[in-house]
Design a protein. Structure first.
Length: 415
């Protein structure tokens, strides 16, 4: 099908999906999870073709984002089943006002309609997006990257089998066949066919959607995430958090890209940081890109002009030394993408200044930025991380995929 035909089919499916009750949606989701596990062999075979085609063209950490395994497929199915257990947001009364004239005004959650998602080389996004869209009463149109297209197609085929099993239209979940820029542009400009566009990927993709979209668009964020080690930090805690935030999965948007260190602890802490991230990791050492003050304490690569404004998505960490929590906040304000930033400190006042001063979707005290995730926040899974402030901010769960309308109950009132 052409992209236009696919969008028209999605619009045709919208009434049935919008009107589906909670029991029907949950039965469909359970069937989709079962179908994913049943199709494991086909999905892994398709994924291997994607991996073979991508080798030599993308980095090792990006290959890890692309790779599926039996365990990852089970996790995808579990993510869908987790969504089954969540409350249905559709029809929830968000506020209720009783006016002096007797009118009852209820602000009520309703589905967005057709949600288009443009994403890159993470096959698990396919199932996460479909599950969240369906539970919130929405139709989803998926446009994955070319590197993961075979994997995404196999996943969608399996999930559509689950939809058929409960009598919901297959077009509730669909995948754009064209992976060229033309299809992305079609989705961005599909006024009247797309009710919400969510880009999920790198800076170039998100910037293109924000600049060119004529349909409503949520800006999900690149993650230039900071961890600030305060003068009052527990240094062992700081090392553990930074190792996790940087190395547990460097290719994801909630991975740490910048470490900011207070000068009062820099001479003690930075050698420990180098030992933990470089010397103790011979197979995957982290390249430290140091400002002048950090470079005077430990060896590393001098930080370049753009290193504090780069989402590396790799084993690379920019390091800066500051003299106060206020200077740390100022640096983060100048360079953060508003995704996730953390302070490590035992000083409650420093923590309060940091959480008040850092204007990001998620601000942490003594915890890894890697927790910015729908599953970790109790949302089942997520559609992405919004770094904007209108409508939705942070992990996009079921509630954020709904809009609302006012339903007004009267008994003959006139104005």
């Amino acid at each position: 099908m052409t992209t236009l035909e696919l969008l028209q089919a999605a619009q045709a499916a919208k009434p049935a999906v919008n009107a589906a009750d909670t029991e029907t949606k949950n039965r469909a989701l359970s069937a989709m999870a079962d179908a994913l596990e049943a199709a494991e062999g086909d999905i892994l075979a398709a994924n291997q073709l994607d991996l073979d085609a991508a080798k030599g063209t993308i980095s090792t950490v990006m290959l890890d984002r692309l790779a599926l395994s039996s365990g990852r497929i089970r996790d995808m199915a579990k993510g869908i089943r987790d969504v089954v257990e969540l409350p249905d947001p559709v029809g929830q009364v968000l506020t209720e006002v009783r006016r002096p004239n007797g009118l009852i005004i209820r602000r009520t959650a309703v589905p967005m309609g057709v949600i288009a998602i443009i994403y890159e080389s993470r096959p698990n996004v396919t199932s996460d997006a479909a599950a969240l869209a369906l539970k919130s009463g929405n139709v989803c149109v998926l446009r994955g990257g070319k590197e993961a297209h075979r994997s995404a197609a196999a996943i969608v085929d399996a999930m559509r089998a689950g939809l058929r099993a409960v009598g919901l239209p297959e077009a509730a979940v669909s995948l754009v066949e064209d992976t060229s820029r033309a299809s992305s542009n079609e989705l961005m400009t599909a006024v009247g066919l797309v009710d919400l566009l969510i880009p999920r990927g790198g800076k170039g993709l998100i910037s293109a959607c924000v600049a060119n979209a004529k349909v409503p668009c949520i800006q999900t964020g690149t993650g230039i995430c900071h961890v600030y080690v305060d003068a009052a930090a527990d240094l062992d805690m700081a090392l553990n958090i930074i190792e996790n935030a940087k190395t547990s999965r460097p290719s994801v948007c909630n991975a740490e890209e910048v470490c900011v260190v207070h000068s009062a602890v820099a001479e003690q802490f930075l050698p420990l940081l180098k030992k933990r991230l470089v010397d103790d990791r011979p197979e995957d050492p982290v390249e430290l890109r140091l400002d002048e003050r950090a470079a005077a304490i430990i060896p590393g690569v001098p930080a370049g002009e753009n290193d504090f404004d780069t989402e590396f998505l790799d084993y690379i960490l920019a390091v800066k030394v500051v003299d106060s929590v206020e200077e740390a906040i100022a640096h983060i304000s100048a360079h953060s993408t508003g995704h996730s930033d953390a302070i490590i400190t035992d000083d409650d006042q420093a923590a309060a200044r940091f959480t008040a001063g850092v204007d990001s979707a998620a601000v942490y005290v003594n915890a890894s930025t890697r927790f910015t995730d729908g599953g970790e926040f109790g949302l089942g899974c997520e559609m992405g991380i919004s770094t904007q402030k209108l409508h939705a901010r942070g992990p996009l769960g079921l509630g954020e995929l709904c809009t609302y309308k006012y339903i007004i109950q009267g008994d003959g009132q006139i104005r």
